[in-house]
Design a protein around this ligand. Structure first.
Ligand SMILES: NC(=O)c1ccc[n+]([C@@H]2O[C@H](COP(=O)([O-])OP(=O)(O)OC[C@H]3O[C@@H](n4cnc5c(N)ncnc54)[C@H](O)[C@@H]3O)[C@@H](O)[C@H]2O)c1
Length: 364
């Protein structure tokens, strides 16, 4: 392995607490600087880590040590920060979604292409053993030709636990743009890109009440659909049915199921790295647990960035910008279909990301 990639983090809110410990133990990455609109938040976030500078966003962008900007801001700021990083000649790895709109995400990819820097994007959970073991089972023919999938995410909404949940209820948020990236990235990893979508969506209320932290009790406006359903037609011909909701209690349905001509597969939560994969072949008496067969072991948020750092020049990182753009295009088109009542053709596409080593590998 060569020199570690030097990371500058912009945005030190809730999710940064999951990235910092992973970066700290990954030899491919070295955290050199952080920035946040609130410098006290940035200072507090990196307090356990020695030698990390707290800078302004402009200082971080200008810092010659920073190779890659890890963009952990809210979705509405993703494009602004990513474009500033690219303009400064840095690679960018962004939390999901890649941007609040596909148009903004397209500008990020174009700018990166022109500047010859790379774009990566969460989720990296699908590089863990859960989705990767399921993908291998499909690729090995365990369920035969995939015909259909279901993806279900039902929760009353993140304002119950997140102290600053405003971004979940404005464009770039909602159950689809917030949670959809996990489910749709997993579906594309297993079944390939999407060519057409048909959607329907609803919204139960115009305001939400913050349930934790200093702003507990404060009402925030809702300007996005909070229950989104639809069908994704994959280029392979497989049909995925999606339910993403911030409007109901929960569900007992599996997070994802994939049905093939010969059998069905239960795929674990794509918001987690690991989890049990189960298969049932036609004629079997019951579900069979599959052993871990692929994916990054003991992974945490940040392995996608380490994978990005380890990807040879000229190859698309597994958690890459092209995939993230396609997933965002699919989600935006699903909402457009829900509003127009007509099917929408997806003009973007991507290759299935390369599988992660079998029978599983650690990055440290
Ligand atoms: N909270 C989670 O559990 C979670 C899980 C997975 C992914 N994510 C994703 O991570 C991202 C951040 O989520 P979060 O929960 O950490 O949000 P957050 O609101 O807790 O933190 C975001 C931070 O970014 C800073 N920020 C916003 N705009 C900025 C700008 N222009 N320049 C510099 N700093 C800026 C804010 O001050 C804040 O500290 C989102 O894209 C979200 O979808 C969050």
């Amino acid at each position: 392995m060569g020199q570690p990639m030097n990371v500058g983090v912009v945005g030190c809110g809730a999710i940064s607490a999951q990235y910092f410990p992973t970066i700290d133990r990954l030899p491919q990455l070295r955290l050199v600087a952080v920035a946040d609109l609130d410098p006290d938040r940035a200072r507090e976030a990196v307090q356990p880590y020695a030698g990390v500078d707290v800078l302004s966003v402009a200082e971080l962008m200008a810092d010659p040590r920073v190779d890659v900007v890890l963009n952990l801001t809210v979705p509405a700021a993703h494009a602004e920060i990513a474009l500033a990083a690219i303009a400064a000649g840095k690679h960018v790895y962004c939390e999901k979604p890649l941007a609040a709109t596909a148009a903004e995400a397209g500008r990020i990819l174009q700018a990166a292409d022109a500047a010859q820097v790379r774009v990566g994007c969460a989720p990296d959970t699908v590089l863990g053993t859960g989705t990767q073991t399921a993908r291998k089972a499909i690729d090995d023919g365990l369920i035969g030709r995939p015909v259909a999938a279901t993806a279900m995410m039902v929760t009353p909404g993140h304002e119950r636990w997140h102290p600053n949940p405003d971004f979940y209820y404005v464009p770039g948020g909602g159950p689809l743009l917030d949670m959809g990236p996990y489910y749709i990235t997993s579906l594309v990893t297993m079944l390939g890109p999407v060519t057409t979508v048909i959607g329907a969506a609803s919204r139960t209320r115009a305001k939400r009440t913050i349930g934790s932290g200093p702003r507990r009790g404060e009402e925030i406006p809702v300007t996005v659909d909070t229950h989104v359903t639809g069908v994704l037609v994959h280029a392979s011909g497989a049909l995925s049915t999606l339910v993403m909701s911030f409007d109901a209690a929960t569900t007992k349905a599996p997070h994802i199921e994939v049905h093939g001509e010969k059998g069905s597969l239960v795929v674990p939560n794509p918001n987690h790295f690991d989890g049990l994969v189960q298969v049932l072949s036609i004629g079997d008496d019951g579900w069979r647990d599959l052993p871990v067969a692929a994916g990054y072991l003991e992974a945490g948020r940040g392995v996608g960035l380490a994978d990005f750092a380890a990807t040879p020049v000229g190859e698309e990182p597994r958690a890459g910008g092209t995939l993230a753009f396609h997933v965002l295009d699919v989600m935006e088109s699903l909402l457009a279909s829900a509003h127009s009542g007509a099917a929408v053709t997806i003009t973007s596409t991507c290759a299935r990301p390369r599988p992660v080593a079998s029978p599983g590998v650690t990055l440290w």
